[in-house]
Design a protein around this ligand. Structure first.
Ligand SMILES: [Zn+2]
Length: 430
């Protein structure tokens, strides 16, 4: 027990002893509401509420009538939100009464730090270091697997990835995962897919590994991912401070209509676009890597993996114009959605990002498509459904089925893109 003469000195000492991240955010009695917005007055009220108070965490923004919206409400605001819902006659339901219970339950499904790569398993979620060790271990066992190390994050962590396959005639598939820290199912699914590509005997998976070179980065926001384990389970952004707030939404930080619709210029917001396009070291590392390798490695396909909402989306997110190969991307997306449903019955929806979810500017997929000319570019939102009661805290027993769905989608979508001749031209160049 530490004896404290002065309260202030005691606090300082305890803070030093504890370290910042040993005292994580708590969400006791935070509630999750699902609202159905029907009138312009309701839209305006919710927009005001989001602007004025950080006690409401919005999953998306209120934009128009006939829209569903999920919000997380701090316990000291429960009376206020109850009154507001009544006064504005807003229809809605309470999906969950205590977010902290969800987080506490999830802890039992996290493998401890120091887990050896041999014990890596998809019945569990894994710390950042465990994922990186597992990548290193796999690269040591498979000569066709090359470990990639990019730049460094704001907190000076490397972005680790792998390149699987060495056939120069193959087209490259880039898989970007974990750009949003709290979406743990993304790194989990991407490592599962990599493992299947390395070790599965299934002929369709072997074909995928043989016909494409795979570049997979399981955690492109390493600081944020670590922070969700030790600081705040619902953190989304990177960790760079901007005044009293911190963190840039890396998926709003790319040079595709940067800081346009669906992004914020307020550093305290969850979708803060950053100081400028590619202001963040993690974004710059990805941009420089992709610019250097897109032609050399024939990267014609880009998958960005997120959660939740069960969507398979293609550009654009920032404008309503249709992309030149819209019909093809509709067809490829449909194949993905059908394959997902065949796997375990989950229903996903496919479409252009702006038509499917909400306007978003500065995201990686739009940038890769527009600036680098990668023609087959998709953002996945994995399980759960839009009215999910656990959002980013997907139970660990759903990791494997969710990852199997993603693999099934990759197989079907790359098959359809091959049929549509997206990978032909390059072979002819040889
Ligand atoms: Zn996301």
């Amino acid at each position: 027990m530490v004896a404290c003469g002065q309260v202030l000195a005691c606090w300082t000492l305890l803070a030093l002893l504890a370290g910042v991240s040993a005292d994580p955010a708590r969400y006791d009695h935070f509630r999750l509401y699902r609202l159905l917005i029907e009138t312009p007055a309701q839209v305006e009220m919710l927009q005001q509420l989001e602007k004025q108070s950080d006690s409401y965490a919005f999953m998306g923004h209120a934009r128009q009538p006939n829209q569903n919206l999920t919000i997380m409400v701090a316990p000291h605001k429960i009376a206020e939100i109850t009154e507001l819902l009544q006064r504005y006659e807003l229809q809605g339901s309470i999906l969950l009464y205590n977010m902290q219970e969800l987080i506490d339950r999830e802890k039992a499904t996290i493998k401890p730090k120091g887990t050896r790569p041999e014990e890596f398993a998809w019945q569990f979620y894994h710390h950042l270091d465990t994922i990186n060790e597992w990548l290193r271990w796999q690269a040591g066992r498979h000569p066709e697997l090359q470990l990639l190390e990019l730049g460094a994050s704001y907190e000076n962590r490397s972005l680790y990835g792998v390149k699987l396959g060495t056939n120069p005639a193959n087209s490259g598939v880039f898989v970007e995962c974990g750009i949003h820290a709290r979406e743990w199912i993304s790194p989990a699914s991407c490592t599962f897919v990599l493992n299947e590509l390395l070790s599965s005997d299934r002929p369709d998976v072997r074909r995928l590994a043989d016909r494409f070179n795979w570049i997979i980065f399981p955690v492109v926001n390493p600081d944020g991912y670590r922070y969700t384990f030790e600081g705040d389970r619902f953190w989304r952004k990177n960790m760079q401070p901007y005044g009293v707030c911190r963190g840039v939404d890396l998926n709003r930080n790319f040079a595709s209509d940067w800081n346009g619709p669906g992004a914020s210029n307020d550093p305290c917001r969850y979708d803060f676009a950053g100081g400028s396009a590619a202001s963040e070291p993690e974004t710059r590392a990805l941009v420089e890597f992709l610019e250097r390798h897109v032609a050399q490695w024939r990267i014609r396909t880009y998958f960005s993996v997120h959660s939740f909402s069960q969507l398979v989306m293609f550009p654009y997110g920032y404008k309503v114009d249709r992309v030149p190969n819209y019909d093809d991307l509709v067809a490829i997306g449909r194949k993905g959605v059908d394959a997902i449903e065949r796997a375990h019955g989950a229903r996903y929806v496919s479409g252009a990002m702006i038509e499917t979810i909400y306007p978003s500017s500065g995201d990686s997929v739009d940038w890769v498509y527009s600036a680098l000319g990668v023609p087959v570019a998709y953002t996945f939102e994995l399980r759960g459904p839009p009215d999910s009661t656990n959002m980013f805290v997907l139970p660990a027993e759903e990791i494997i089925p969710t990852a199997e769905e993603l693999l099934a989608a990759f197989i079907a979508m790359l098959g359809e893109a091959t049929r549509l001749s997206y990978y032909d031209g390059e072979r002819q160049e040889l």
